[in-house]
Design a protein around this ligand. Structure first.
Ligand code: NAP
Length: 500
């Protein structure tokens, strides 16, 4: 399908074997604008396991050719991707804002992240080093090379519908794997745009295939089909564990990046302005719908009153509304299910005795009433045993804890099954380094917000957040490659033993 995949209102198709095709099911589903739920942005294919099987067959057929393509040549396709993403940055960001809801400046930032990652990963094509290793034997060359693992399934969430697919796909492609990509059903439009750009960049047919539709059908086929060598998944713990069971039972590789319950620690000696701005950015940016969102603020007693006053004052001034309109800081919740979940957590927080210091309501009148908007919400007097202290909310809700010292703050921050991101605000270098040593997360920030990350730096979490290797940075290629160890004996003789 040509460029009209990028046009609003169109029926998107699957991309299989280099062609845009309809699902065998004959069914489509609407893609709804969360900022105005009466607006249908287009339709996407409600695919079945049969469609997924066809895509897997296409990826399998394309694998030998792509594997044999020299990595520097594969890199040229990725560099072309960088060019196309840059050229169509604004268009892609606008589609992202329309279907996912985040504010346009954040959508532009997300596309830029995708560009940075594509550029960094493309260079792996000339850097994908193996090792030469000293042998115990004379006249024996020992070295290692990386090989692609085969057909991989990429299953992605809605909250970073451009950056996450791009960072997974680039790592898979540069290392010579072929792909079946199953995006979130809430963000098929941006998925199709990214795939169309890959096609335009010169990817051979079958190397990247797109199948939209329900996770239970398409995703499960990817996890169970023996022609799929690995699954790279980002999403909820519930689905991640389900996929791990399916893929694990047939010993396929699986990479999981899942939930977070990220904390910011603010000690009495913190620079107040920095801590306040970081808490707000982390908690309410992207409507709190980031895996790295600040969900908990753990604040020392002395600074707490001023911190709360400033955070509440600034948060109350934030404009909530459609992400496409400049001036708005908080966009909509992505869909009705997520809205229900967020409102459920707010109710639970009240019932369990947290103090609702700000917000807590759905915005149901005027323009805001057309979409799925919630006031930025702050709970104080939160105790570690409360549900809002423990579970990932994934909405604009900040829970504030009062603590008496660094040790208590660290204990509460680590009192979570998750381990994605965390930050501390203090001027005390001893606390900074003890925190870096003892905080149980994959991403540590000092005097900056819990969100963000750079293309050339590994990204991912510890504990229940992640397993199977870090994404981005040079570590990204680990999951998508196998090591092969090579022994070249150039004695021309039979050895009696392989040791001295
Ligand atoms: P989700 O509900 O788990 O969905 C993620 C993907 O899995 C979607 O493509 C979904 O498809 C698919 N899926 C659903 N059911 C499936 C099944 N039975 N079998 C196979 N696939 C299935 O997560 P989400 O709501 O999209 O994303 C939010 C979550 O992602 C949060 O927990 C967030 O923390 C996490 N996240 C983590 C990171 C990280 O790097 N750690 C980054 C971003 C987001 P459908 O859309 O068709 O259901």
């Amino acid at each position: 399908m040509p460029i009209e995949v990028a046009e609003k209102g169109k029926t998107l198709q699957n991309f299989i074997g280099g062609r845009w095709v309809a699902s065998a099911s004959g069914r489509t589903k609407p893609n709804v604008n969360p900022a105005n739920t009466s607006e249908i942005l287009g339709y996407y294919q409600e695919s079945t396991r049969e469609d997924a099987k066809k895509a897997i067959e296409a990826a399998k057929a394309a694998f030998p050719g792509w594997k044999k393509t020299p990595a520097p040549k594969r890199a040229r396709v990725l560099y072309k991707m960088v060019e196309l993403l840059t050229k169509r940055k604004e268009e892609l960001a606008r589609a992202l804002t329309a279907e996912e809801g985040k504010c346009l400046n954040e959508a532009l930032g997300e596309v830029q992240r995708a560009i940075n990652v594509a550029e960094f990963t493309a260079a792996e094509g000339t850097r994908m080093h193996g090792q030469t290793i000293p042998s115990e034997l004379p006249n024996n060359l020992v070295y290692t090379v990386r090989e692609p693992i085969g057909v991989v399934g990429l299953i992605t969430p809605w909250n970073f519908p451009v950056a996450i697919p791009v960072w997974k796909a680039c790592a898979a492609l540069i290392t010579g794997n072929t792909i079946v990509f199953k995006p979130s059903s809430l963000t098929p439009w941006t998925a199709a745009m990214v795939v169309e750009m890959c096609r335009e960049a010169g990817l051979p047919p079958g190397v990247l295939n797109l199948v939209t539709g329900p996770g239970g059908e398409v995703g499960d086929e990817l996890a169970t089909n023996t022609d799929v060598a690995g699954i790279s998944f980002t999403g909820s713990n519930e689905i991640g564990h389900h996929l791990a069971k399916l893929a694990g039972s047939r010993r396929a590789k699986i990479q999981l990046e899942m939930g977070g319950k990220n904390a910011i620690i603010v000690l009495d000696d913190a620079e107040l302005g920095l801590a306040v701005n970081a808490a707000i950015l982390g908690a309410f940016g992207s409507t709190g719908q980031r895996c790295t969102a600040t969900s908990r603020a753990i604040v020392q007693r002395g600074i707490l009153p001023k911190f709360l006053e400033e955070v509440s004052k600034k948060t109350a001034q934030m404009q909530v509304g459609p992400g496409k309109d400049s001036g708005n800081y908080i966009g909509p919740i992505v869909d009705e299910n997520q809205l229900k979940k967020v409102m459920g957590y707010i109710e639970k927080g009240k019932q369990e005795g947290a103090y609702l210091a700000l917000g807590g309501n759905r915005l149901a009148s005027g323009d805001q009433g057309k979409g799925l908007f919630v006031e930025p919400t702050i709970f104080t007097q939160v105790k570690p045993t409360m549900t809002i202290a423990k579970e990932e909310i994934f909405g604009p809700v900040l829970s504030v804890f009062e603590v008496s010292n660094f040790e208590e703050a660290l204990r509460i921050a680590n009192d979570s099954p998750y381990g994605l991101s965390s930050s501390i605000f203090t001027r005390d270098v001893n606390h900074v380094f003890r925190y870096i040593d003892d905080i149980e997360v994959g991403i540590v920030h000092i005097n900056s917000a819990t969100i963000g990350g750079e293309a050339q730096v590994p990204f991912g979490g510890m504990k229940a957040t992640g397993s199977g290797g870090r994404e981005m940075g040079t570590t990204a290629i680990e999951f998508f490659t196998e090591w092969k160890s090579v022994y070249v004996d150039y004695t021309g003789e039979s050895r009696k033993s392989n040791v001295y």
